[in-house]
Design a protein around this ligand. Sequence first.
Ligand code: SF4
Length: 311
Amino acid sequence: MKRYNDLKSFLFERYGVKMVKISLDGGFTCPNRDGSIGWGGCIFCDERGAREKEPDASEISLQISKKITELLEKREAEKFIAYFQNFSGSYDKVSNLKEKYSAALTDKRVAVLSIGTRPDCINGEILQMLSALASEKGADVWIELGLQTSGDKTAELINRCYKSEIFPKAVGMIKSYGFSAVVHLMFGLPGEDEGAMLNSVKYTADTGVDGIKLHAASVMRGTVLEKMFRGGRYKPLTREEYVNIAAKAIALLPPEIVVHRLVSSCKTDLLVAPDWVRDKPGSLIALEEKFEADDIVQGKDLNVWRGAQDA
Ligand code: SF4
């Protein structure tokens, strides 16, 4: 029985072939790291994307064609999603963005351009450029927004440097161009209990997002969160706690929202805690077992929650 609207099935229904995501380094930074609006970034954000030299468009074409060749040789996919994952993937001059996005879409088998960014790094000029590019290249566009939490107190604590109220506006703009808006939420941020985490799920569902990615807050080496963790001021979620919250989140989500990720994985040496995030297969099994045990189906609790809202 299909218990949630998973990305793999969605992609197969929409594109009719197996698709694989190719992560690209666009050489972007973030306004919350370079001093434009903040320094040092969110307290959990590590420097993994740091580089000595910014890749130009030709390097992006090279990154993508190398990956496509490898994947085709292994017969792992027939179409691809080009994903600008590092830092804020729309934080640059529009002309530079256009060059980099175009480079990612050079190969016709790239059917989706996916951009991970912040809601305050999206504007009409960027969306217009993307709209023209998408119709020229015949690709879909997904914009992934790292909200993490809808709670402004937590947002301040994690140094996110924007208020949640700008998120629904960004989602509305993205959708008005016919693009998909995908939200990233993080469970287990400091100071948040289950109620706060599930409030973020309800808040984002109400904005009309098309997709969601769920993550467990992880302590990475060299971050402020590591200092809090080592000082005994932060305790990450256990796998069991995460699984309980994620199952409740799925039960609250409207069935049409595509679940792009149920749990994140992290295998780098930079990971300090929790150790269980290294084992994604184990987490997925624990989630499946929880869904089975509690008979969780996406949207199962939606009417209860929306009914309470209307009362
Ligand atoms: S907004 Fe994203 S890239 Fe920027 S500091 Fe926060 S987590 Fe890192």
